[in-house]
Design a protein around this ligand. Structure first.
Ligand code: DC
Length: 217
């Protein structure tokens, strides 16, 4: 069993790279951001505030999260599209502050990884969930580059938002994810840091693959 972790802020290119890597290595891709997003969506549907830790705790016992063919399932329903809205961007960051939510999802993430080869992507993969991972990466990029990428991604779904607004949102989410008490976003010890600002996806992919071959053959 081998575990590769990829952490970093929103828009650093983690998802695209993690997906590609998993495919090329024949590993399972674990998108942990999608799990926090699905919890946020479940709360939104029930009218539960992202601040209400007790209600979130009670809710978690009654929902089922899982993956099937790369899609995220909430109680058996494919919600992969519904979790990619700007409202869920924020709400997922908010629900992820609570220790009860983190503990629940950490347990689930370790169970999903049990016995398999995985590429795990998120904010606390190399620091908290899989501290003994075989290879750890920390991908980053300037806030401007990340905002541009996010703007392009949203445009593809027909949502056009001014650049400055997206930049502000990216910075706000960085602050929230990095300053929370429980499992804040930070560079994991012994991780390989790559700034993707001036690199193409292919270049980043090549760099990661080389490192993986060197470290685990
Ligand atoms: O990677 P993403 O943008 O889909 O993640 C959505 C939010 O979920 C992010 O703002 C913080 C939270 N998250 C987390 O706290 N820990 C993770 N391992 C993954 C995501």
């Amino acid at each position: 069993m081998a575990v590769i972790t990829i952490d970093g802020p929103a828009g650093a290119g983690k998802s695209t790279i993690a997906k590609e890597l998993a495919k090329s290595l024949g590993f399972t891709y674990l998108d942990t951001g999608a799990m926090y997003r699905a919890v946020a969506l479940a709360a939104k549907r029930r009218g539960i505030s992202a601040d209400d830790e007790a209600a979130l705790d009670a809710m978690l016992e009654g929902i089922r999260l899982g993956f099937e063919d790369g899609r995220i399932l909430l109680d058996g329903e494919d919600v992969s599209g519904q979790i990619r809205t700007r409202q869920i961007d924020f709400m997922s960051s908010d629900v992820s502050r609570h220790p009860v939510v983190r503990r629940h999802l950490t347990r689930l993430q370790r169970a999903l990884a049990q016995g398999g080869n995985i590429v795990a992507e998120g904010r606390d993969m190399g620091t908290v969930v899989f501290p003994n991972a075989d290879v750890k990466f920390y991908l980053t990029a300037s806030p401007e580059v990340r905002a541009k990428r996010r703007q392009e991604q949203l445009a593809l779904t027909g949502v056009n938002v001014p650049f400055d607004k997206i930049l502000e949102e990216i910075k706000a989410r960085d602050r929230a994810d990095s300053s929370r008490k429980e499992a804040p976003l930070k560079r994991p010890e012994k991780s390989i840091k790559i700034d993707t600002s001036d690199l193409t996806i292919e270049e980043v992919f090549g760099m990661l693959l080389t490192q993986i071959k060197n470290l685990i053959g």
